[in-house]
Design a protein around this ligand. Sequence first.
Ligand SMILES: C[S@@+](CC[C@H](N)C(=O)[O-])C[C@H]1O[C@@H](n2cnc3c(N)ncnc32)[C@H](O)[C@@H]1O
Length: 165
Amino acid sequence: MKTNTDIHEYLRRKLLRSASILEIGSGPGTAELAKIFSANHGSVTAIEHDPEYLNLSEDVKYIHAPLVPYSDKYFRDATLWYDATKIFNLPRFDAIIVDGPKGSQGRGGFYTYLNNFKAGMYIFDDTHRMWEFRLAGRVADHFEVPFETYTDGLRWFSVVRPKEK
Ligand SMILES: C[S@@+](CC[C@H](N)C(=O)[O-])C[C@H]1O[C@@H](n2cnc3c(N)ncnc32)[C@H](O)[C@@H]1O
């Protein structure tokens, strides 16, 4: 299980190699992303709950945030989200990729804690799934912008780009 490789291709085209990226939900794909960005004066930070997927790459800065019970009236699929007390004072990133926790645990907490996550663009993986699509839509509504969805014919990802102030 890893981030849609099309997302990496998208970021390659849209960002300088010196960009800062946060990936929420890490794995082997995060290490691949770091080969593109960290190696070129950029940075890749990852938020991850499972020790098995922490520290897979020396080029990624990992934040370990265990999953804790979560519920939200808008995201009824979501049962768990990262412990928000472990995720604060984050810098602004050029891009944030939302690819965790697993779909079965729900990703609605990202919307609840959206104010903690400042970025030039937000990328939602797996928006071929209903709740991930709704999450992208809610974040787009928050910023009052449309969102774009890309597909390889099988999987989807969606991008929200807030207007620059
Ligand atoms: C969709 S995966 C995230 C994958 C990550 N963005 C990547 O590109 O490698 C969501 C969660 O599943 C777990 N995970 C990561 N890699 C996995 C793998 N190869 N097989 C099963 N679970 C994995 C981690 O806890 C991760 O936060």
